[in-house]
Ligand binder design. Structure first.
Ligand SMILES: [Zn+2]
Length: 441
């Protein structure tokens, strides 16, 4: 899978979920541990680029589950966790899911907690039991996402709180209608449209010519209300970052309000609506440009080429890794449709103890988090470190700090743009966001 390409030369969007808890007995667990070990060793080595240099591949994305069996220094699979830390320091993956927090927060109607993978980079299914009362996660899917631009709600209200909630209602209703368009578009689809999905078992084993409709209801699949820019929204309405203790309750109120809307729609349609921290890959630039066009440049709110992802602390705000994860955990718990937190770190290859400390903290505090390390390569001079972003003629460009090379075709840059690693460079808004990031360790 590491070297697999699609017919047009792209790496397929595959996520590998490394979870010892899926083994049914000790023998299976021992086999699984061998596979996980080999997966990590191959990723540490990397993949050869066209020049024959070992570089960081974007896919498959790796997720490593932290659990009682591997997170304590005296636990049986601690050596795998150490290897995972080495891999993260070198290649930015794996990302980490805490079994402990999953079991606490992903509780089904039988009262049982479950640990399972996200779909792709961060989209989480909600807990579900089938007609026999059995938990089911593999095979289920999501019907789509529509994202609400929270700073736009705030700016449209002009800072008036009463107007804010009224406009929020209107925008949520717009999202509701847009989500139902996605749903209606899927309704009536026959299993023949994609046999590998609907007939051969990837999602279901329906008959030929059978509509997929029954899979759209009752929580088998989800549909997601995405949100973006909680930071800018709260900052405009309160004058403070949502990390400020006096502004945090308002931020949480907004999260609860969106969850309430999802609950209402779910009751109305028998479709599992869930709140989702949208990845916002290039949409961050689009939203930012739209805000500037509608409201002009407002310092600290619309003066960037990006808006802040989901509930995240603003990328320029100084905060240490542990405080950031602890703060963001309360918002992640309110994003049942999925979300991921990250900490931005320098080159950690000579400080794996610090990486392991962050991993232990993740285990105790937050469902899902990742460490953004730096792993670039200049093909002109062979520089193997961080390639910088500099401004030239009002445009942001990538530049080798060693030889000054600015030819993007002659460098390999890997950055996390939330959830997935990107290696194909980014639009100006996202590039500015990457440049602005402060370190958390
Ligand atoms: Zn160079």
């Amino acid at each position: 899978m590491v070297t697999l390409l699609t017919t047009n030369g792209q790496a397929p969007f595959i996520t590998v979920f490394m979870y010892l808890g899926e083994a049914r007995n000790d023998a299976e667990r021992a086999d699984l541990a061998l596979i996980i070990e080999e997966m990590l060793l191959q990723r540490i080595q990397g993949v050869k680029n066209e020049k024959g240099v070992w570089v960081t591949p974007a896919f498959p994305k790796l997720i490593y589950v932290l659990e009682e069996d591997n997170i304590h220094e005296d636990s049986r699979y601690w050596y795998l966790t150490q290897l995972a830390a080495r891999c993260t320091a070198k290649r930015m993956v794996p990302d980490y899911i805490s079994e402990k927090k999953m079991l606490e927060l992903k509780v089904d109607k039988n009262g049982e907690g479950h640990c399972y993978t996200c779909m792709g980079c961060r989209s989480f299914l909600t807990p579900y039991v089938d007609e026999n009362g059995q938990p089911k996660y593999y095979g289920r899917f999501n019907q789509g996402v529509v994202t609400i631009n929270l700073p736009d709600v705030a700016l449209s209200s002009g800072g008036n709180l009463e107007k804010f909630w009224k406009i929020f209602d209107e925008r949520l209703e717009l999202c509701h209608r847009a989500l139902m368009c996605r749903h209606e578009r899927l309704k009536g689809t026959l299993s023949d449209a994609a046999p590998i999905l609907w007939q051969y078992g990837a999602c279901a084993r329906l008959k030929k010519g059978e509509p997929i409709d029954k899979l759209l209801y009752g929580g088998y699949s989800t549909i997601s209300l995405g949100y973006a820019g909680l930071y800018e929204c709260v900052k405009y309405m309160t004058g403070k970052s949502h990390t400020d203790p006096s502004a945090t309750p308002f931020a949480l109120e907004i999260m609860n309000y969106m969850n309430d809307a999802c609950r209402r729609w779910k009751a109305q349609h028998n479709i599992d609506f869930s709140l989702y921290g949208t990845p916002l890959e290039s949409t961050t630039y689009k939203f930012a440009k739209c805000l500037q066009k509608r409201f002009g440049v407002i310092e600290g709110i619309t003066d960037k080429g990006y808006i802040t992802n989901s509930y995240h602390v603003h990328v320029t705000e100084p905060i240490d890794a542990f405080q950031k994860l602890a703060f963001e955990a309360q918002f992640q718990a309110l994003s049942p449709g999925g979300a991921i937190s990250y900490v931005e770190v320098p080159d950690m290859q000579n400080n794996l103890d610090a990486v392991l400390e962050v991993m232990k903290f993740i285990y105790d505090h937050i469902i899902y988090a990742e460490l953004n390390t730096k792993s670039d390569y200049c093909q002109v001079c062979g520089w193997d470190g961080q390639i910088d972003i500099v401004e030239r003629d009002g445009k942001l460009i990538w530049k080798c700090p060693n030889c000054g090379n600015t030819d993007q075709d002659k460098m390999n840059v890997a950055r996390r743009t939330c959830g997935y690693i990107g290696t194909q460079f980014w639009n100006q808004g996202r590039t500015q966001e990457i440049k602005d990031r402060v370190l958390h360790l």
